[in-house]
Write a protein of this length. Sequence first.
Length: 400
Amino acid sequence: MSPSIGDMEPAEAESAYFNEYPPPKALPKHEALARAFVERHVEANRRVVLVTSGGTTVPLEAQTVRFIDNFSAGTRGATSAEYFLEQGYAVIFLHRQYSLLPYSRHYSHSTNCFLDFMDEAAPTSDSENPDHGRIVVRSEYQDQMRDVLRKYRYAKQNNLLLLLPFTTVSEYMFELRSLAKLMRPLGSNALFYLAAAVSDFFIPRSRMAEHKIQSSEIPANFSDDEAVGSNDIYTGENAPEPPKAGKKLVINLDPVPKFLHRLVDGWAPEGSMVVSFKLETDPSLLVYKAKTALQRYSHHLVIGNLLSTRKWEVVFITPDPPHERWIRVPKARRSKSISGVEDQVGLAEIKKGRDGSGPESENPSSDTSGDGIEIESIIIPELVKLHGNMIHKHTEASRG
Ligand code: 9Z3
């Protein structure tokens, strides 16, 4: 039996994985766009960040009817992209198709439906149709929408934001590999911010059903030459006596190869900064898992977050002291979150000699207006400082 990809060395796993899948149809077009984008910003000596965002799908069939997905809506990625743009970065936004996008995210939630921001004004005497008023933004939203619209238009007009979509986990991998290589001319001005929730498991192409997995037996005397025999249909383990209601489907998934090694050691530009995210649900595991990831891949920063508190706190795990640094939205500035559990803020921090003043006292903010702030407005400026330090060190080192 040939070894599974999970048992191979990183470079071997890379060719085995990428040989198994056809590249995404949109890849050549995305590459052309990214090449031109990178060239423009190399010329301007601008920093460029690749932000990955949203979940990935894991198809169960080659002609995909069903797939496995995850919870990520792409809030972290889309919000972070806006703050990177504010910091003067150009952003390649590699996102799950239909997940949240920078700027338009403010109006695309079902709870924030753009139609609720609009109104029809009273018809005026010069209206073409006396029944038709102009469509306008409601007066209470004018300031907020003007602000978002201006930033959006600025990013677009100055070619600072490149939106590239993917859907499946393999499309994500192909795109990431190509983009990282295309970013090489940027050198240390390149930053990788891997916020996408990438599936850890997949069905290798060689074991994947071509057609829709059947939930009931195909009759033995079914003799259409075009049809697939019921024995050929991938359904995993069938119950010995299939219940009348239908077959059981057992899905057998392989681990997705960890390409962070390849990104850090091969694809990404020399001197660039690589930041990955670690997501956990168990507070007692978060710091341990984030530290292990940093050691394993020898990159520059792991940002750890818990599913339940991710809007209010994250931990920066770095190779240099202080090694573990918590970033929190002060208590008074935390926005409500439907899925969040505020009681869990602080639980993942291993208490060692803390002054007992409580997690909410960190990152004190002089601004006490009480309005909610987004944690990305704290994360990104901190990260930009770290990236600046790295660029500085790299420039010094190359001067000798
Ligand atoms: C994250 O941890 C992101 O912060 C979230 C953002 C996915 C939690 P939302 O889209 O959520 O704003 O709702 N991303 C990385 C998650 C991940 O899959 N990391 C891998 C892991 O934990 C390592 S690359 O093993």
